[in-house]
Structures are given as structure tokens and as C-alpha cells.
Design a protein around this ligand. Structure first.
Ligand code: CUA
Length: 163
């Protein structure tokens, strides 16, 4: 079979490119452990009162570990504000009461899509003090741009917290 020289070069270039992409994909999964975020549970969004989301908020699990349950709804997060001491590791369980919302924590590696009926989860370590916004980054209606919360990471030395 005759293949034009230029066409052969392009075939080689495309094959090498696909090979590199495939290798990068396999390396991200098997070497770096990258996984797609997936829901950790399912829930009836019309019946949150009878679930673990009945009383959203922060729970101290001891040893610098916290669990936070957060409900997103048009157009706020419940609770709107969370305070943790610096160095805390927080496991966020988040769900939506109504429609699709987003959950992005400023300056941290947390970015979830919230779908009614699904529980999304992310674990975040807060290793420097400051105020970090929780931002809804999925367009969710006319109040979308006002939908945010805040995480206040307190330095015990300045916040007057004593152990
Ligand atoms: Cu909720 Cu945008």
C-alpha cells in the first residue's frame, strides 16, 4: 500500500500524540491516584429534615478533625459561616435542597457540583489563618451572584482560644 510521505509523517505525529495522552491519563489514575469526584450517597432532597442534614453545621470529631454538613439552596449555604482553628481537617458533606449548585472554597483544593439527591464530599485542611469564601459556581438563578458562605480559619494565638 502506498502512503504519501507527508501523510506518513502526520500519521506518526498523531499516533505519538495519542500515545502521550494515553500515557498521561494512565499515569494520572495509577501513579497519582486522580479520581473523578463521585457522590458518596443518595438522599431525598424533599426530606432533608429526616437525614444527617437536618441540623447542618460543624461537628468536632476531636484531634483537629471536623465534619461539616452543609445544605445549599437558592441562594445561600446553611450554615453561612464556619469557624475552625488553624490546622483543622474538615470533611465536608454537602447537598442541595433544590437545584444544581456549586461548592468552591477559595484558595483551597475543593470544587464540587451539588445535585439535589446526591451527597458530595471533600476533605480540606486549613493550614493558614484567614477568611475563605465558599462560592456557588453553578448558575442557579437570579440570586446566584449572592450565593456564598465563609470559612473563618482562626489562629488560636490571636483569636484568644485556649486549649
Ligand atoms: Cu447556587 Cu449559583
Amino acid at each position: 500500500m502506498h502512503i504519501d510521505e507527508l501523510e506518513r509523517y502526520w500519521l506518526i505525529a498523531v499516533s505519538v500524540t495519542l500515545g502521550v495522552f494515553t500515557a498521561a491519563l494512565l499515569a494520572s489514575v495509577f501513579i497519582f491516584g486522580v479520581r473523578l469526584p463521585s457522590p458518596v450517597g443518595r438522599i431525598d432532597p424533599t426530606n432533608l429534615e429526616n437525614t444527617e442534614f437536618a441540623e447542618p453545621g460543624l461537628r468536632d470529631m476531636g484531634d483537629g478533625q471536623y465534619t461539616a454538613h452543609i445544605v445549599a439552596q437558592m441562594w445561600n449555604f446553611m450554615p453561612r459561616e464556619i469557624r475552625v482553628p488553624v490546622g483543622s481537617e474538615v470533611l465536608f458533606n454537602v447537598t442541595s435542597r433544590d437545584i444544581t449548585h456549586g461548592f468552591f472554597i477559595e484558595a483551597h483544593n475543593a470544587n464540587l457540583m451539588l445535585l439535589p439527591g446526591q451527597i458530595a464530599q471533600v476533605r480540606v485542611t486549613f493550614d493558614r489563618p484567614g477568611e475563605f469564601h465558599i462560592i456557588c459556581h453553578e448558575y442557579c438563578g437570579p440570586g446566584h451572584q449572592n450565593m456564598f458562605g465563609v470559612i473563618i480559619v482562626e489562629d488560636p494565638a490571636t483569636a484568644g482560644i485556649t486549649e
